[in-house]
Design a protein around this ligand. Structure first.
Ligand SMILES: Cc1cc2nc3c(=O)[nH]c(=O)nc-3n(C[C@H](O)[C@H](O)[C@H](O)COP(=O)(O)O)c2cc1C
Length: 337
C-alpha cells in the first residue's frame, strides 16, 4: 500500500484514523485484541460512570461498617480504598485498563463518564496509573432543570474538565453533545479548561413511549450514516479555530464517511454502531477502501488530506453556515402537486 494512513491524535501517532468508540465491544481483552488485529488504530474502553464509582464507594463503606458520615465524606471528595475481599466495578475497570494495556500495541484510551466535579474524579489518576494512554471524559448531561441557566450548565462542564485535567498528566479528550447556544465558543473554553482533544458528538439516547404498555422505554437505536452531517459540519467549522485534536463520533459507517471527516479536519473517526453490526472485519474493509480511494485520487497521506475542506480552507466557507440553508431550501426539487 503506497498511501500513508498515519494520523496524529492527542499527541499519539496512530496507524490510521480508525478508532473504536467507547462501547461494550471493549469490555473484554480478547475482543480488543480482535479489533486491533482487524485494524483498530486505538481503542476507547467503555466508560466508568460517576454513579458507579460513588455506588462502589458507598458499598465499601458499608462493608467496613464505618458508620455515619458516608455521604458527606464521599460528596466532599473523599473516596475510600477498597475493603479486603470486595471487588468493585471500579476495580474491575482498572484491571481491564491494565490488561488491555499489556495485551495491545495500540493506544488504550480509558473513559470516564459523569457530570459533576466530585471525589469520583480521582479515578482519572487511577486510570493513568493503570496504564491508560489517554483519557476520554464523556460529559453526558441533560440540562432539564429550568432553574439552571445556560451559563451555569457551561460552568459545570468547565469545572469538571479542569478537575480532571488537574488529576492527570496523560492527554485528555472531552466528549460532549452539540446542544450549546454557541458551540464554537464552548469548544474553545473546553480547550482552555484543559482538553487536548474534543470528541464530537455524544449521541443522546432518546426515550420512547410504548403505546401498548403506556410506559416510557429506554430505547437504544444504532446510528446511520445520515447522522454524520452534524459532526462533519462542526469539525469543519472548528478545524484551525481551536487548538485541539478533533475526533468524530456518530454516524461513521463507511470509508467515504471517514474520508469526508478527515477532509473536514478530523484527526480520527470513531465507530461503535458499524462495529456492533458488522464486527471487527469492518475495520479491515474500511481501511482498504480508504487506501484505494486515496490512491485513485492521488492523495499520498491522511495528513495531506486533513482539513482540506474545513471551513477555513474551503473555497466556499459560507456553505457551512446560513447561506447554504437558504440555497438548499430554494434548490430543493419540489414535486408539482
Ligand atoms: C451499546 C452502546 C454503548 C455505549 N457505551 C458508551 C460508553 O460507555 N461511553 C461513551 O462515551 N459512549 C458510549 N457509547 C457511545 C459511542 O461511543 C458513540 O459515541 C455513539 O454510539 C455514536 O457513534 P456510532 O454512530 O458509531 O454508534 C455507546 C454506544 C452504544 C451503541
Amino acid at each position: 500500500m503506497s498511501v500513508n494512513l498515519e494520523t496524529s491524535y492527542l499527541g499519539l501517532t496512530l496507524s490510521s484514523p480508525l478508532v473504536v468508540a467507547a462501547s461494550p465491544l471493549g469490555r473484554r481483552v480478547a475482543s480488543l485484541r480482535r479489533l486491533e488485529e482487524a485494524g483498530a488504530a486505538a481503542v476507547v474502553l467503555p466508560s466508568l460512570f460517576e454513579e458507579q464509582i460513588e455506588h462502589d464507594a458507598y458499598q465499601v463503606h458499608a462493608a467496613l461498617e464505618s458508620g455515619a458520615g458516608i455521604y458527606q465524606e464521599a460528596a466532599g471528595g473523599y473516596l475510600p480504598e477498597a475493603a479486603e475481599g470486595y471487588t468493585s466495578g471500579s476495580e474491575r475497570y482498572l484491571a481491564l485498563v491494565k490488561e488491555a494495556r499489556a495485551a495491545l500495541q495500540v493506544p488504550v484510551i480509558a473513559s470516564l463518564n459523569g457530570v459533576s466535579a466530585g471525589g469520583w474524579v480521582g479515578y482519572a489518576r487511577k486510570m493513568e496509573e493503570a496504564g491508560a494512554s489517554a483519557l476520554e471524559l464523556n460529559v453526558y448531561f441533560i440540562a432539564a432543570d429550568a432553574d439552571e441557566t445556560g451559563e451555569q450548565v457551561e460552568r459545570r462542564y468547565l469545572d469538571l474538565v479542569a478537575a480532571v485535567r488537574s488529576a492527570v498528566g496523560i492527554p485528555l479528550a472531552v466528549k460532549v453533545g452539540p446542544y450549546f447556544s454557541s458551540m464554537a465558543n464552548m469548544a474553545r473554553r473546553l480547550v482552555e479548561a484543559g482538553a487536548d482533544g474534543l470528541v464530537l458528538f455524544n449521541r443522546f439516547y432518546q426515550p420512547d413511549i410504548d403505546l401498548e404498555d403506556l410506559k416510557v422505554r429506554p430505547n437504544v437505536e444504532l446510528s446511520t450514516s445520515a447522522e454524520l452531517r452534524l459532526p462533519l459540519r462542526w469539525i469543519a467549522i472548528l478545524k484551525g479555530r481551536v487548538d485541539a485534536s478533533l475526533a468524530a463520533t456518530t454516524g461513521v459507517h463507511t470509508a467515504a464517511d471517514v474520508l469526508k471527516l478527515v477532509m473536514a479536519g478530523a484527526d480520527v473517526a470513531m465507530s461503535a454502531a458499524a462495529l456492533l453490526k458488522q464486527g471487527p472485519t469492518w475495520l479491515t474493509k474500511v481501511r482498504a477502501e480508504m487506501a484505494s480511494w486515496m490512491e485513485e485520487h492521488d492523495y499520498d497521506s491522511i495528513e495531506q488530506m486533513k482539513g482540506s475542506l474545513s471551513q477555513a480552507a474551503s473555497p466556499d466557507p459560507a456553505a457551512f453556515e446560513r447561506a447554504n440553508y437558504m440555497e438548499s431550501l430554494i434548490s430543493y426539487a419540489t414535486p408539482t402537486i
